[in-house]
Structure formats: C-alpha cells, structure tokens
Design a protein around this ligand. Sequence first.
Ligand SMILES: [Zn+2]
Length: 109
Amino acid sequence: MQFKEPTHCHLWQKGILTRDDLDFESIASEADDSHFERSVVRCRRCGQRYLFQFYELVNWRDGNDVMTTIYVPVEKDDTESLRTVRALDLAQSTPRLQWEGDTLTWVGR
Ligand SMILES: [Zn+2]
C-alpha cells in the first residue's frame, strides 16, 4: 500500500528521529493484545494522523520472534477502511516510520 507523504509534519522533515520527537495523542484503539496492537494516533504539532501498529510474529524461523513497530501516515478518511487490513500488509506499506532497534527511521522517504 502506498500512502501520501506527510510533508508538513516535523517527523517527515527531520533527518534523524529519536523517541523524544514523537508527540502523539491516541485517538482510537483498534486492537490490543500481547502480539498485536493497532491504534490511530494524531501528531500534536500538526494534526497528521498515523496508524500505529505493533506486531509480533512468534516462533518465526528457529524461535526468533520478529517484532515490528510502525507508524503509517494516513488521512482521516482512511482509518475506517484500513481497519481490516492485515498486519503484514500494513507492515509493508510506504512511507512508514519504523523502529529498528533503538532507531526510528522512515522507510520510503
Ligand atoms: Zn506532525
């Protein structure tokens, strides 16, 4: 899936991001369990909405669990239709903010 670039958001404009740069408020929680979490959040500085997703693939190849935490910039109207999107599909969409270890990077910027 391809989403619109959130060019007005400070998160998009900044080069290197840290946890301190995230300034989100939660709008709606769509799923929440120990291996899968998804919610709609909004940037406090510009109002841009993001779909937050945490997903853990348990016992993936020799017991190495795969965890991904991402933020996908979405339009207000998108959130309803994205409710049924599979976790793996959303995890492939661009652009997206993704945690890789301690680093927060844009994929597809
Ligand atoms: Zn913003």
